[in-house]
Design a protein around this ligand. Sequence first.
Ligand code: NAP
Ligand code: GFB
Length: 326
Amino acid sequence: MSTVILVTGGTGLVGKAIEYVIENEPAGSRFGKRPNEKWIFASSSEGDLRLNRLILFRDPEQTRKLYEKYQPTHVIHLAALVGGLFKNMKYKLTFLRDNILINDNILHSSYQHKTQKLVSCLSTCVFPDKVEYPLTELNIHNGPPHESNFGYAHAKRMVDVQNHAYKEEFGCNFTSAIPTNVFGPHDNYDLEDSHVIPGLIHKCYLAKKNNTPFVVSGTGKPLRQFIYSRDLAKLFIWQLREYDDVRAFGEDEEVSIKEVADAIVKAVGFQGSYTFDTSRADGQYRKPASNKKLLSLIGDFKFTPFEEALDESVKWFLENYDAARI
Ligand code: NAP
Ligand code: GFB
């Protein structure tokens, strides 16, 4: 019986990391490609481009056609409208509506085409802003999310509700993963819409290249947990093959935005200093998720050390600047 694994959002930061791991881990190993597996990494260009690049999974008919074309037995669902704090603050309805449409179409097509397993991707920003720590999958709905990204957060929370409803009514094996902030090769480096690490890598690179000021937004005080995309990729592959429950993924360790900026200055080799633009928002102060249960289940899993992952990410950016999403 062959296994057809559809990765929606397969051309993005996380999708590309899964493709890298599947292609570079030894075949048949814990995270490598298995002989009976066919992996499909779908981008939005699989859709009807006469309409709009990012329509595909927002349209039920195009989604159905993609499922008919590939007949996936398993789905890792990554496709989403994604962005950092400032993009989320600007487009709350668009994040809410586009992601609800995408998620409803993927979950319903997976049910209609009898997909054996579906793993969707949430984010630690879906957790309530005021809640006891550490955050676990049990307290996703125990209060409102941070106001800076309530559109995206509610769309993502609904996936957890949908998973439970499809399981109770139709017995579907739908689950999800809840990563912390992700970074790595093939990120989105847009100076305004990106997440903090790719945004600061790009800004620091330009400051070094043009001898211009390097400005970090906010106060630098908020705390974040980060996971390297290629580590997260392994956890997705593990969850798809071996685990059927919602899991929070990510490093336990929290770092401040200032520590992130200092690490980026070092990784880029920037000789200048940077300033904080405190007129710009800090967003959520912290969102610490616990990965204790995950690590107890997966056994010996080593996260890539942050500095090493950042060096690899900066190296990829410098080598691929012309092709990168900037
Ligand atoms: P990304 O780099 O922006 O990639 C998004 C992917 O989704 C792209 O492949 C894009 O296709 C596809 N896509 C977007 N709209 C689509 C549509 N309407 N139809 C079909 N495909 C569509 O994002 P990412 O960082 O890899 O995020 C992947 C998943 O991880 C998302 O579910 C996100 O919520 C979650 N996540 C991300 C982070 C983070 O820090 N990055 C943290 C936690 C969770 P194109 O390539 O054609 O544009
Ligand atoms: O990754 P980020 O944009 O999103 O990080 P969140 C925002 C934090 O980094 C804030 C600071 O404290 C910003 O003030 N920061 C400093 C910067 N310089 C920059 C910069 O140049 N660009 C950016 N983007 N931030 C997102 C959610 O929250 O987390 C999304 O809004 C998603 O929905 C994502 O869940 C994983 O971590 O604040």
